[in-house]
Design a protein around this ligand. Structure first.
Ligand SMILES: *Cc1c(COP(=O)(O)O)cnc(C)c1O
Length: 521
């Protein structure tokens, strides 16, 4: 058969294996070069979004380009405008640092391109996911015969958990009519702690069309954990009013202060009332593997479901969230769906678990590979060392803050997330004198702390963000990089102090004798 020009063009659209090998080695060199500088690279790029977008202002390519030139743009265009969560001094959000073996796993997973929605498209990948889910359960002391799967992140894990709760606890089946039926009374409601309950649950209420107000906030204790007496009271009041509580969410390592709710109490309250107990451990659940912290996690094993983000405190490259559900059958009852084109019309021997029947996604990537490989690389011992190092860094930061006259501690140090504020003692003393002065000083310090965070970001030395702790702006560090050392903490702390003092001298603090000075920042 003769080759037409079209056949030739068609064949050229796949790389030759030889060319792939050459380009691939170049890519590995680029990544290795990157890793060799990741400790020093400015953590945040200095360009604004207009400048960054201008870099990518190109026409849709009409004809193909040289692959080597395309890959080179990673170095010339992408890296210069990247933020670097792999840096040991990236402390924003709750961002894992990305394991190197996870990077390699991503490339391998992409090469075979298995779709883990269905077993037939992914026998090995499904097997690895099932095994890895069981490993993760074992790691945190959860029943290993649980169900579960990897998701894009904690929000989708929380979503899947709350939908599973609704389907299994609601007094009537919501599968076909959803929440639309006219003849049903009362509102489905969810409960979480007021200060530290995670915003993703509001998103979940939205996605389920329960309405954002379906999430009820339970007052907390002084240590930011949920007050379980208040929970019981509110549940009883809501039930008496005709609402239909179905799910209580306990925080397992909360977003601002790393607090762990009283899990055993919440489990008991849920059991007594037939409610679903969901543990949101997106950032903190894996701390249960640490022998000296395990007591804080008592009751986690009683949760009906647990959210846990490997892309946070297991340092797995994005994306990777995870949901564990005690009873796999409840996942199937919630998500099972099928069509003739998904599984063939007659049962055959060569089948296995189809994840599309146990979770919200149909087509799915092979997220488990990067978790599986990293767990093998580090082992439980390696992970304990890394998590322990993060906690030691947070403890060190807490000591620096408490020993300083320039900063103020705002909560007891828990796991690896720590919030505090720039608040020199002299100003705090003035604030003690009267409510008016306290308000002026606090307003001034709120702005100063925000400016400190903005400035340290632009300095490139470290990436720190702010949050609100009991209505005050605070600096917040999530120490969730497997590369962070005590020296990095010393460096960021002295830089925050230097920036704070400099800003304070430039923007005078309010003179306590003259009330109008409060706006001098
Ligand atoms: C990060 C986080 C989430 C949301 O997870 P994503 O992976 O960002 O979707 C939910 N709950 C808690 C406690 C979190 O820290």
């Amino acid at each position: 058969m003769e080759h037409s020009d079209n056949d030739k063009a068609f064949e050229d659209l796949d790389l030759s294996v030889q060319e792939f090998r050459r380009l691939g080695h170049g890519v590995i060199d680029m990544i290795a070069d990157y890793y060799s500088t990741v400790r020093e690279v400015p953590v945040f790029p200095p360009n604004n979004s207009t400048e960054v977008d201008r870099e990518f202002l190109e026409e849709l390519p009409k004809t193909g380009q040289d692959p080597a030139a395309i890959l080179d743009e990673w170095r010339s265009k992408v890296l210069p405008h990247a933020t670097h969560p792999g840096s040991p001094r990236f402390f924003g959000f709750v961002n894992g640092s990305g394991t190197m073996i996870g990077t390699l796993a991503e490339a391998l997973a992409a090469s075979v391109n298995m779709n883990t929605g269905a077993w037939k498209a992914s026998p090995a990948a499904t097997g690895i996911e099932r095994r890895t889910i069981a490993w993760i359960a074992e790691l945190i002391g959860y029943p290993v015969n649980c169900g579960g799967f990897f998701t894009s992140g904690g929000t989708m894990a929380n979503f899947s958990a709350v939908l599973t709760a609704l389907r299994n606890v609601a007094p009537y089946d919501t599968t076909d009519e959803g929440l639309q039926s006219q003849d049903r009374e009362g509102r489905f409601t969810i409960y979480m702690s007021d200060h530290e309950g995670h915003i993703s649950l509001i998103r979940v209420a939205d996605l389920l069309n329960l309405g954002r107000s379906a999430v009820r906030r339970v007052p907390g204790n002084d240590d930011f954990t949920m007050n379980v007496q208040a929970l019981e009271r509110i549940l009883d009041e809501d039930i008496a009013r005709g609402d239909k509580p179905f799910c209580v969410v306990g925080q397992v390592g909360s977003i601002n202060v790393g607090a762990i709710d009283p899990l055993e109490d919440i489990a008991r309250i849920c059991r007594d009332r037939g409610l679903w107990f969901h543990a949101d451990g997106a950032c903190g659940a894996v701390g249960a593997m640490l022998p000296d912290k395990a007591h804080l996690y008592a009751g986690l094993e009683l949760a009906d479901s647990v959210t846990l983000d490997p892309h946070k405190w297991l340092y797995i490259p994005y994306e990777c969230g995870c949901l564990l559900v005690r009873d796999p059958e409840k996942l199937r009852r919630t998500f099972s769906i099928t069509a003739p084109y998904l599984r063939g019309t007659l049962p055959t021997e060569n089948t296995g678990l189809d994840y599309l029947e146990y979770g919200p996604q149909m087509s799915r990537g092979f997220k488990a590979l990067k978790v599986w490989m990293t767990l093998k690389h580090y082992g439980v011992e390696g992970y304990r060392t890394l998590l322990g190092q993060n906690i030691r860094c947070a403890e060190h930061l807490d000591r620096l803050v408490r020993a300083s006259t320039t900063f103020e501690a705002l909560h007891q140090q828990n796991l690896f997330i720590y919030s505090f504020r720039y608040a020199p003692e002299a100003l705090r003393a003035v604030a003690m004198e009267s409510t008016v002065k306290a308000q002026q000083i606090d307003a001034y310090l709120d702005r100063l702390n925000q400016m400190i965070a903005d400035q340290i970001q632009l300095s490139g030395v470290a990436f720190v963000m702010t949050t609100r702790i009991r209505n005050r702006t605070a600096l917040r560090l999530s120490i969730s990089s497997h590369r962070t050392t005590i020296e990095d903490i010393d460096l960021v702390f002295s830089k925050l102090r230097e920036i704070g003092l400099e800003l304070q001298s430039r923007y005078q603090s309010p003179d306590p004798s003259r009330s109008s000075d409060a706006d001098s920042v």
